[in-house]
Design a protein around this ligand. Sequence first.
Ligand code: T68
Length: 821
Amino acid sequence: MINPRFEKEAFKKDVEQNVKQLFRKTVDEASQQELYQAVSYVVKDAIIDDWIATQKQYEKDDPKIVYYMSMEFLLGRALGNNLINMTAYKEVKEALEEMGLNLNELEDQEPDPALGNGGLGRLAACFLDSLASLGYAAYGCGIRYRYGMFKQKIKDGYQEERPDNWLKNGNPFELRRPEYAKEVRFGGNIRVEYDDKTGDIRFKQENYESVLAVPYDYPIVGYDNHIVNTLRIWDAEPIVDFQLDSFDRGDYHKAVEQQNLAKTIVEVLYPNDNHYAGKELRLKQQYFFVSASLQAALTKYKKHHDDIHKLPEKMTIQMNDTHPTVAVAELMRLLLDEEGLGWDEAWEITSKTCAYTNHTIMSEALEKWPIDLFSRLLPRVYQIIQEIDRRFVAQIREMYPGNEEKVAKMQILRDGQVKMAHLAIVAGYSVNGVARLHTEILKKQELRDFYEMMPQKFNNKTNGITQRRFLMHGNPLLADWVTDKLGTKDWITDLSLMSGLKKWVDDEEALKEFMSIKYENKVRLAKYIKEHNGIEVDPRSIFDVQVKRLHEYKRQLLNILHVMYLYNEIKEHPEISFYPRTFIFGAKASAGYIRAKQIIKLINSVADVVNNDRSINGKLKVVFIEDYRVSNAEIIFAAADVSEQISTASKEASGTGNMKFMLNGAPTLGTMDGANVEIVEEVGAENAFIFGLSSDEVINYENNGGYNPMDIYNSDADIRRVVNQLVDGTYSQGDKEMYRDLYNSLLTAQGGSKADTYFILKDFRSYADTQKKVEEAYRDKDRWAKMALLNTASCGKFSSDRTIQEYVDDIWHLDKVTVEV
Ligand code: T68
């Protein structure tokens, strides 16, 4: 049943009223931005009723709560998604039309809340959607960055970064909650106090700096169930009392310091993915939100329970990678120092409460904080980690007597570093990877010693995505078609039902409809590309898409080298038939990642040459979509024919874009890496295009000193030609140095890394051959349509609803809640 607030007449009146109250204007006078806000406040109002009802129900039922701790939540826009989850999207769209307004245009007024880099942050957002939709009590805990992921501009083919001032116009959906503010302390020293009478020891932090953490709550609306959970992201403010105090004492300096600390701590999201930079401010950010979130969680628990020992029955903490791992030591600190528990009791509670998800095996992403920095910033937390480490080492020695090599490999504090993954594994009760292959690699390679010592902690949770955003919102045409063909909307909350579409694979009419929806979506994307890039693309060409963060291991370089190869082929053999192709890229490179930025420049340079060569009759187009983000991703997935998932096998933990393409009917062209393996398993090898080395082969080469790319360079003339074109000026207006570094990276070992670290030349032939098969398959319209439909029909496993249910069953053990309104 539709919420009465969204009944057309009531809704229209409320919008008018909001425009008047907020801006002293009529609907005719208001700007699109003002109208977006007016509409959003009506929606928020409706959400708040459910939000209150949900929280009341939680108080009553007292379910176990999961706290999902994450440095990143890559939410994407809220307005459309909230309307969808409140089942009011169509109603509101029509009401707005009656007012002469277009909902899509208003949605475009909303800045993308981009508090994340890529997969890890987006996964957190999908998880929150699924938790609410399944009816589980959950808090997302994170940081309210003043500036989110930078905006990308392409100037002369180069990436430029612009600040993402996403809060510029305020944010209709957030709620500041000063009543839940908490103090967070940094630095200083620890004084040990002995109580002569009781014999108790107390640890007191002195001479510290502190900030006030103030939470902002975001509603997370479940699908059609009146459940609204909370994403709590923390802002930092100076502690006013201290500040006045400081002024009184003439300690002006200290007051300014507090102001600065508060301002800098939440200023900006670090724009690295799969890379550890070791910056002090980053550690401050981590401790800041973790400490505030845990303090708030304990306050909440104690409000209704008096036995702190039973904490693990009522809450669990999931750590999204090692970034919030300081949580285990902070929880120990709170239990020891604030609750007055003994070590064993505190440890018993902590190690039943914290769980850890690993998202990468890339060694450069592993967090290892220098001990001097860590202990200076978090002196008490560091003491606690020392004790955790001391006890863990004793345990290793007991289990492996005389094996000091084990100790060296597994210790938390070693080589002057705090190894965060080790801390997370030792203190947590669960360690999970994010796809089956990834978890196997963790067990057999990266975390082998830990797996051998505590196998019971290890488990796999293959990632998933939310069909509410990536099908219903992103691809409404296909969503309606699916509902029609399945004869039910139930797939919206049970994606396994998609398999029911399989009965249409031999129905010509259905296949035609399916492909004409794809075509409509390609037209929509072509329009977007024309508007944003000024490039004309033909929606009848094959849309071959690679959108994801720019990283060498993801091998955008392989893709563009292959485009260069195709271009050579077309030029050389204009007579051979070639199915027109549009290669679409979208990717942000971390601001300091020079080689990644060179690859962006190369893609744009190739685009310039190829797109402007009239002699090839538009057979080949290359588009680099500027500022790839959640909002344009939704449009891109819907329009893709081919999903490029071409990481070096073993390097991509899971991938989640691969699932979004599949859902939208784009077969995977990829390596046997991450969740691709499971995608192929679901859809069948005949409905995917797999190439390249296996992860075992890659790992084997790596363990034996790599391979020699010169062998390939010398023996394969096509490859040699393409590689040479990096340094012969073809794509750099004669400048032979512009891409020299990329050229060198493929052929020569340098600074500790092997030649062609990511096996690009090794996999090139197999990739090119497989691309040929893609073209052949596409020419056969019937075969392609079936393949595309079978991808959509086989994506059931990859809903984040399934993933979350597995976390609930195996790790969190939450209670389901229902809210009646
Ligand atoms: C991604 N990791 C994995 N990391 O690369 C991807 N890292 O395979 C997987 O599907 C996804 O996580 C979800 O599990 C990341 O996105 C980061 O963004 C990141 C950010 C900061 C520091 C390190």
